[in-house]
Design a protein around this ligand. Structure first.
Ligand code: URA
Ligand code: URA
Length: 261
């Protein structure tokens, strides 16, 4: 942070330092979220500041973090269930007219890995569960190849009702649904989010210019969560030659989950 850092910035840094000192005094040195290489060098002295230089360099070394801020898995399950109740028999957008079931999402409320698809297809609409059709079989195989089970991860979609004829969800539809997805992410707090396909990528990142073909292989970030964009399994069913790329993306996700980088 430079000498030009504003008073509110300095205030914020001081607040953070106070909180961290407090945790340090209680013997808590590790955190369950990535705080590696947080640096705030050379915050300048000022008449109202007792700290001439703040040099934070926190590194999370192990997974065995003390869960100082994380709600318990059962608390997260309760929060997800409350969110589902809030959605109710939703009629906030026009997709409600054609749906059979709302597909809220499913999996481990405490998942460290979350998959986000586009929206329910026919099978999902009928069963009320995400990724249970042909694309779902491929996604499930990917998850198992990662040596995980569907119950270990969380699977959700950008829109929770099936777009008629599997068309792409429209902007007003993603707009009225994305708040629920954001709340799911906030509750679950996954370390890594894999977006499946262009719609999930563009909608989550709020950037319609993003293209999988251009950004895959890169790590993106959404509200502190690592985002790894990959192809939609339905695309891979049509283009099996690209499957190895999704496997490479999955390995990146596993590296991030196991080693935090
Ligand atoms: N495609 C999606 O994007 N989501 C599903 O749940 C199923 C198919
Ligand atoms: N376009 C998509 O929408 N999804 C893919 O996975 C690839 C291209």
């Amino acid at each position: 942070m430079s000498d030009e850092s504003s008073a509110p910035e300095r205030e914020m840094v001081r607040g953070i330092v106070d909180v961290l000192r407090y945790y340090g005094a209680m013997g808590i040195e590790r955190f369950p979220f990535p705080v590696s290489n947080v640096k705030a060098d050379g915050v300048s002295d000022s008449p109202d500041c007792h700290t001439a230089t703040i040099d934070l360099d926190l590194t999370v070394r192990e997974e065995s973090a003390l869960y100082v801020t994380q709600p318990s898995p059962s608390e997260k399950a309760k929060q997800l269930s409350a969110l589902r109740d809030k959605i109710g028999d939703c009629a906030r957008c026009k997709l409600s007219a054609g749906r059979t079931n709302i597909v809220f999402g499913e999996g481990n409320p405490d998942a460290r890995l979350m998959f986000i698809g586009e929206g329910p297809g026919e099978d999902e609409d009928l069963q009320g569960r995400p990724f249970v059709g042909k694309a779902g079989v491929l996604l499930t195989r990917l998850i198992e190849k990662m040596e995980l089970r569907r119950e270990d991860v969380y699977i959700a979609n950008i829109v929770k009702c099936r777009p008629p004829g599997n068309r792409e969800p429209a902007q007003d539809e993603t707009g009225s649904c994305r708040g629920f997805l954001e709340q799911q992410i906030e509750i679950i707090r996954p370390a890594v989010i894999m977006t499946l396909g262009n719609v999930a990528l563009q909608t989550l990142m709020n950037n319609p210019a993003l293209k999988i073909s251009a950004v895959r292989g890169k790590l993106l970030e959404f509200k502190g969560h690592t985002v790894i964009p990959t192809f939609h399994p339905a695309y891979l069913l049509r283009n099996p030659a690209d499957k190895w790329k999704t496997w490479a993306d999955a390995q990146k996700a596993l590296e991030k989950l196991h080693h935090g980088h």
